[in-house]
Design a protein around this ligand. Sequence first.
Ligand SMILES: *Cc1c(COP(=O)(O)O)cnc(C)c1O
Length: 366
Amino acid sequence: MSHGDGTRVVRAGLPDAEQGAPFLPGPVFAGPFHLKGDVASSEWAYTRYGNPTWARYEAALAELERGEVVLFASGMAAAAALLLTSLRPGSAVAIDADCYLNVRRLAQTHLEPRGVEVRLAPPAGLADAVQGADLLWLESPSNPKLDVYDLVALADAARAAGALTVVDNTTVGPLYQKPLVLGADFALTSATKHLSGHSDLMLGYVATRDPDRAAGLRDWRRDAGAVPGPFEAWLGHRSLATLDVRLERESANALALAELLGARDDVSGVRYPGLRGDPGHEVARRQMSGFGTIVGFDLGGRERAERFLARAELITEASSFGGVQTTAERRLRWGGDDVTEGYIRLSAGCERTADLVADVERALHA
Ligand SMILES: *Cc1c(COP(=O)(O)O)cnc(C)c1O
């Protein structure tokens, strides 16, 4: 029988029932494993080459992604693996100009000087920018501006141009959006965010349907050494079971806040793909099965944004997103993103909706 993903995550990657054994075996902590004689005689030899705790979590994530999964130490380790294994001197990559700041910086600081042409383009320019390129790098919804891109159309354009497509799926994640099903060659997710969901670890992964490309990424991980810790991988796997319930509450909270903010005339530029009237709503409805937990809005200036963050009791001021606590930040405090001084990116947590809405209303009023 085939179950929905919200049900599958509860048991994904668990071993078959065995009398007296735990449901999810604990992390396997090892550098080297016992290995006598022929090195091919054991699946496990040295953790940088592979670890059974990773393998279980990868198998669980593969069920969600509909492709093979290669786990890394962080989302950026996964991004670096993709960029460095896909591009070489003379290659060109077309990158969404609103994509995650560190991805742009990595490409410009370390690839451009090595002879890779890095073409940053706004959403509307990506189909042109991919002509003659080897790789198209997308993020939808984008972080931090929450623009929604037509992934099917852009992956088609890339394929026609002979380029591979990467979708950084971190802002919404694989339960609500499946880039490989939409035509991407690679899906990248920082599991530091919703997948782990408790703001206490760093992990990332790449999913692909092509076994050779997956093998290439595993070889890169072994040789470059950006390997996840077994404890982090185990915690990530342990958190997967509650992904659906967490996202359900968090997304309901995000929608309630977006509706509240959108109805006020002292708040502008509210972005949430689930909001009717959001520029991305129609495309989001086609390609996402849920709209996620992140809301963007503009409080008109730095001072009001800072005051709001200081006064809201249920909003923890922090970067990142996808945790059980509601967090938010004035994004421009980092510099480097094309957003206004008063732009706040908020990640809705698992608090009761009525409490969160009341808190935000009070903090706006103050
Ligand atoms: C956080 C994030 C990353 C990087 O992930 P880390 O786990 O922090 O390395 C990449 N892309 C997006 C969209 C992110 O939000």
